[in-house]
Write a protein that binds this ligand. Structure first.
Ligand code: ADP
Ligand code: MG
Length: 678
């Protein structure tokens, strides 16, 4: 049994057991599957094959007596010449004074360290006397905590492999393993810990990556199937005539992508299973319009609807636009944290009495005091900003309402099939006709004056501009200070002819709303703001977006900000002011100037930032894969997804005897399914 305690492994006493526990290792299985996070290679290479700054291992003869010098407090440097073929390499060792005694002119040594190509120098981190043959070529490196050292851990794993390795079950059916030429599980396990060659290690990894992705995909897809089949949702019998009349009242014709998404949503609403759908589309692609139509459908079916958004400004905006759209058709109300006292009680009362059809708000919507009479449809905008608890809270409110998540961050396919594998997805991949792509420029900081005169020119033509101030991470306070400073600066430059407004998160709500209304009404020409205008805000007359210190923002965020302009018929401009130091920053600026396509951009962003960072702090809901990497091993993920879908669709997972062990594995960690569920 692999579930036995690690204390059953020979040589693991109480102390070591508790140290291993600290690493999260409790069972023999935990130990066997505690994989190295990287592998160092000590393969000796000829100098001609080394690249600059690489960690390299070379072999040669000590050609000069090592010289030891001291500097600073207790710091030392040992240098000698290493003759490698016909090259004289300078070897430097820091703080290894003891090595002087061990190394003598004429000795053959193998050293590993950082290679400096220009100076033919190696900064030695490890050395061994003698030729390299005695060394293991590939050295696994494990994540360790204080207490256990590498040597001990390797020894324990070795013992465990010898004692219990034979009990490790094969969980993949044979035909799959054969089809992909994957090594057996036990064999692969050995290679992960004691790789014989690079090639064998590669195949071992390939095996575990596939296995890991497959199990994850199976869980996600089972969950999705479960959601579809067993959750009893409402059958929303919406009124087709009323819906058509509403759609016709809109000042535009829906794009075909909007129509397609809407049809998918309506089909979910009509069916007895509960909708769990993600609607994604670039900023301005018309998601809100689709959502509004779906909300209206739910109302004609006799239900109430809710729209939950991440910020108060956005809640207010949505509230105003929905109230206008639904004028004479439905009652819309706003509920945010700052609606208090009597007004709040009135809204709550009206919601409970079903005098309100649609409630728009921030997460205030999911507080206990809000009671809907018949909540049938919930829309969550910018879903990744909502934590798990909030989502669950909303779901618990009604009698299992249909839930539609909307996001304007185009999610790279890679992430979509992973993070949202349990959801149905609709994509609006088409912009309303007549939209002109925003012209984007990257401008260095010293050009600020020219940027300001450009703003003036646009304002002279009756247009408006946003100016976004630098982002100070983790500090609201500094953000606001920045905004105020920039506001003062620009006021001094532009006023009195041009009016400048200020917007930031800490303004009292009435003020925020007033500023937004002034800007909407073109009473303000320039709006200086923190990133609070990032999502959803819609002022079609604004044609300029200037972003200070643009290098501080992520690509997706820059794209979101840019999406605030280009919403009307006029040509719009986005100006990125910034002097990025690093390559990543420069790359971001370049990508922004080259593409307006949110999906392409998000793929690039993912590559630059990695999946963990993509959705921002901890809210990602992304799984923590042990071996696989969603971006790098994307193709394996795709394959696993297809295979999982097939196993579930054809019921092989449930019924085929050859899939029994795999099935047990998938169902074993029920809590993992729970995690995914949210
Ligand atoms: P999103 O929520 O995806 O950012 P919105 O639904 O807010 O996009 O739409 C952005 C702007 O485009 C709004 O002013 C909206 O009225 C308008 N719009 C939406 N759909 C269309 C369409 N099919 N044709 C023209 N304009 C549209
Ligand atoms: Mg929107």
């Amino acid at each position: 049994m692999l579930h036995r305690s690690i204390s059953d492994v020979k040589g693991v006493g109480e102390k070591l057991q508790s140290q291993l526990n600290d690493l999260g290792l409790f069972t023999v299985e935990d130990l066997l599957f505690y994989f190295p996070h990287r592998y160092d290679s000590y393969e000796v290479k000829p100098l001609t094959e080394l690249t600059h700054n690489e960690k390299a291992t070379i072999e040669g003869e000590v050609a000069s007596e090592p010289v030891l010098s001291f500097y600073g407090r207790k710091k030392s440097r040992l240098t000698f010449t290493l003759q490698v073929d016909h090259f004289a390499v300078k070897a430097v060792m820091f703080n290894r004074a003891f090595a002087k005694k061990q190394l003598n002119q004429g000795d053959t040594v193998t050293v590993t360290g950082k290679w400096d190509q220009q100076r033919l120098q190696i900064t030695v981190s490890q050395f061994k006397k003698g030729e390299s043959k005695s060394q293991e070529p590939i050295q696994p490196v494990y994540t360790l905590k204080e207490g256990v050292n590498l040597h001990t851990l390797r020894k324990v794993i070795k013992t465990a492999l010898e004692e219990f390795g034979g009990e490790v079950p094969e969980i993949l059916p044979e035909d799959l393993a054969l089809a992909y030429k994957l090594p057996g599980r036990t064999q692969a396990l050995h290679q992960m810990h004691y790789p014989e060659t690079r090639v064998m290690l590669k195949h071992a990894k390939r095996r575990f990556i596939y296995e890991e992705f497959l199990i994850f995909q199976l869980k996600m897809q089972l969950l999705r199937k479960h959601n579809r089949e067993s959750t009893k949702g409402h059958i929303q019998e919406y009124n087709n005539n009323e819906l058509t009349s509403f759609v016709q009242s809109l000042p535009f014709e829906l794009t075909s992508a909007q129509k397609r998404s809407l049809a998918e949503i309506l089909k979910d609403m009509k069916s007895p299973h509960r909708m769990n759908r993600l609607l994604q589309g670039d900023v301005g692609s018309g998601k809100t319009a689709v959502a509004a139509i779906a909300l209206y459908a739910s109302i004609t079916a006799g239900y109430q609807g809710a729209l939950m958004v991440p910020t108060e400004i956005l809640a207010e905006q949505h509230y105003h636009s929905l109230a206008e759209m639904f004028e004479g058709r439905a009652n819309v109300a706003l509920l945010t944290g700052s609606i208090k006292g009597k007004r709040r009680r009135e809204v709550l009362e009206a919601v409970e009495q079903k005098e309100i059809d649609i409630l728009v708000g921030t997460h205030a919507l999911i507080q206990d005091e809000v009671v809907f009479q018949s909540l049938g449809f919930v829309i969550v905008d910018e879903q990744h900003r909502f934590g798990v608890q909030q989502r669950r809270g909303l779901r618990d409110k009604g009698l299992s309402p249909d839930v539609l998540f909307m996001t304007a961050t185009p999610i790279p396919r890679t992430l979509a099939i992973t993070a949202f594998g349990d959801m149905d997805v609709s994509v609006i991949d088409e912009m309303p006709a007549g939209r002109k792509p925003v012209d984007t420029y990257w401008v260095k900081g010293e050009m600020t004056n020219r940027v300001l005169s450009f703003i003036q020119k646009e304002i002279d033509q009756g247009h408006q501009a946003y100016v976004i101030c630098p982002l100070i991470e983790e500090s609201d306070q500094l953000d606001i200070q920045n905004a105020i400073e920039l506001y003062n600066q620009l006021s001094a430059v532009f006023e009195p002819k041009v009016s400048v407004g200020l917007m930031h998160g800490r303004l009292p709500n009435e003020e925020k709303e007033e500023v937004m209304q002034q800007f909407s009404a073109n009473d303000l020409n320039i709006l200086v703001s923190t990133t609070v205008v990032e999502v959803g805000v819609n002022v079609p007359n604004a044609t300029v977006m200037v972003i200070y210190d643009a290098q501080r923002f992520g690509l997706s965020q820059l794209h979101q900000l840019r999406g605030r302009v280009g919403r009307g018929a006029d040509q719009s401009y986005c100006i990125l002011l910034g002097d990025p130091q690093g390559d990543v920053g420069k790359e971001r600026m370049r990508i922004m100037t080259e593409t307006n396509d949110g999906f392409e951009l998000s793929e690039q962003d993912l590559k630059l930032r990695g999946p963990g960072d993509f959705f921002g702090k901890k809210q990602s809901g992304l799984p923590d894969f042990k071996v696989g990497d969603m971006v790098h091993d994307y193709r394996a993920l795709e394959t696993a997804r297809k295979d999982a879908a097939e196993m579930i669709m054809e019921n092989t997972l449930e019924e085929d005897e050859r899939y029994k062990t795999l099935r047990e594995y998938v169902y074993r960690d029920k809590h993992l399914l729970g995690n995914v569920l949210d």
